[in-house]
Design a protein around this ligand. Structure first.
Ligand code: PLP
Length: 454
């Protein structure tokens, strides 16, 4: 890509003059960026309110009896799809040791990697949107009301109803997995449009559940585009639009209220003297954006949310930094969007999410794939927790915050330096429990390989 190529009316060279970070980004170096538009949080940023999040939370509660019946593995949580928050002390020590960087505060892992039903953060947004759609249809056909026991949804009468409708989605894997499994369970006809990078085991698992899987040679953007086109031609088809969905966003945002409860149970205080830092892997933006938004509604300026992207797919960073959002892709800057981090191989960010978070996100950093593998190995060695590579993207966050000039400047600017000893860091582990053991072994071996000479 030549430096005189025009993007949104300006030459690449001019973009790089205006935003010098674009140079190392386009060379796929690891970078740490803090957001100049960050305002703490004034709560007026987006078209999403605290009431909307509460409404989504109530909806999930209504569905709990159905979820519990259809997926007995959720019995423990009463039909809520929720994950544990665990302290990872040994990993914290190892991170400090390897980086030569003191890491004050305490480090926790939010284990969405082990969410029931589909083993990734997509079990929040993806499943929520399908449930919202199913509820609207059932209400319309007067087969259900708010007061019903939703366990009745697990019946032939409802499966017959939903079999007259179809659902489609474009995905790099995990969203398709979540939407495919829940849609098939409810009785919908469901088609998942998979990008080239989607893993074979994810496609196999879906086909086994009766899901139609369409494969593309191209990346995620293309899979979504084709899915959208096919869905538009069929009036009974509901398309789940990962690039633009308020429903998905709300499903993710509910995680924040649930996390607050877990922090309260652990007697972890979040206030001016006890800041909370949350590190979230970002693809198109809905998952991390929804969670961050929900957390901001609760904790305001006392929570600091950072996104993590692969060095080869820094779409949200480029979209936010340039203000171009979905008008720019990583390919425009000569970046290939090729990464082993499933779910993060996204070249163009969501504008809806970008606008919703542009004043509440503290920053974004990028991580090399080899580093993801090293961290994957380290986490298994220290804590016996297995994740998929993308889910490790949050892990270097606390080190980067302390170690980079931009991170230090952020801490100084927000008077956080002397409060770090009382800080809580949460790394959001976004996927991994469904990875087949032999694939997990390969990941670990790559981690061993990547650690050589390090
Ligand atoms: C989808 C996904 C993410 C990011 O979510 P987006 O909504 O695409 O930003 C992170 N980690 C994993 C494992 C995912 O599947």
């Amino acid at each position: 890509m030549g430096n005189d190529t025009i993007i949104a009316g300006k030459q690449i060279r001019e973009w790089k003059d205006d935003y010098p970070l674009l140079q190392p980004l386009s060379e796929t170096e690891e970078v740490f960026w803090t957001n100049p538009l960050y305002t703490g949080f004034d709560g007026t940023a987006a078209q999403v309110t605290a009431e909307d999040v509460q409404d989504a939370s109530d909806r999930l509660q209504r569905f709990a009896p159905f979820i519990e019946k259809a997926f007995p593995e959720t019995a423990e949580s009463g039909g809520l799809i929720e994950s544990k928050l665990v302290r990872i002390k040994d990993m914290q020590s190892l991170l400090a040791e390897k980086s030569g960087q003191e890491l004050p505060g305490s480090l926790w892992l939010k284990c969405d990697s082990h969410l029931p039903i589909s083993g990734s953060i997509k079990a929040r947004g993806g499943i929520y949107e399908v449930l919202a759609h199913a509820e609207a249809l059932a209400w319309k056909h007067q087969m259900l009301s708010k007061e019903s026991d939703y366990a009745v949804l697990d019946s032939d009468a409802f499966r017959d109803l939903f079999s007259r409708y179809s659902i489609a989605v474009g995905s790099t894997g995990n969203l398709g997995l979540s939407i495919g499994v829940i849609s098939a369970k409810l009785g919908f006809r469901v088609t998942v449009h998979m990008s080239a990078d989607a893993k074979a085991w994810k496609k196999d698992l879906l086909r086994k559940r009766g899901v139609t899987v369409v494969e593309y040679e191209a990346d995620y953007g293309k899979a979504v585009e084709e899915g959208r086109k096919q869905a538009e031609a069929d009036p009974t088809c509901y398309f789940i639009d990962d690039e633009n969905s308020k429903h998905l966003f709300l499903g993710y945002a509910v995680a924040a209220n649930r996390l607050k409860k877990q922090l309260d149970e652990q007697q972890i205080t979040v206030d001016r003297e006890h800041p909370l830092f949350v590190y979230l892997p970002c693809g198109v933006g809905g998952g991390p954006g929804g969670v961050a938004y929900g957390l901001k509604l609760i904790y305001g300026e006392n929570v600091h949310c950072l996104f993590a992207e692969p060095t080869h797919s820094p779409c949200m960073l480029i979209g936010l930094m340039t203000g171009l959002h979905d008008q720019v892709s990583v390919q425009d800057f000569g970046i290939d969007n090729k990464t082993d981090a499933d779910g993060l191989a996204v070249g163009r960010p969501s504008r809806f999410v970008g606008k919703a978070i542009e004043s509440l996100l503290s920053g974004i950093y990028t991580v090399d794939d080899q580093e993801l593998y090293r961290l994957l190995r380290d986490l298994y060695d220290t804590e016996s927790i297995r994740l998929e590579p993308s889910a490790l993207a949050g892990m270097p966050g606390p080190v980067r915050l302390q170690q980079t000039e931009a991170g230090q400047a952020y801490l100084t600017r927000h008077h956080l330096t002397d409060k770090m000893k009382d800080a809580t860091h949460i790394v959001w582990a976004t996927g991994g429990s469904m990875v087949p053991p032999e694939v997990q072994e390969e990941y670990y071996a790559k981690g061993v390989q990547a650690s050589k000479g390090k």
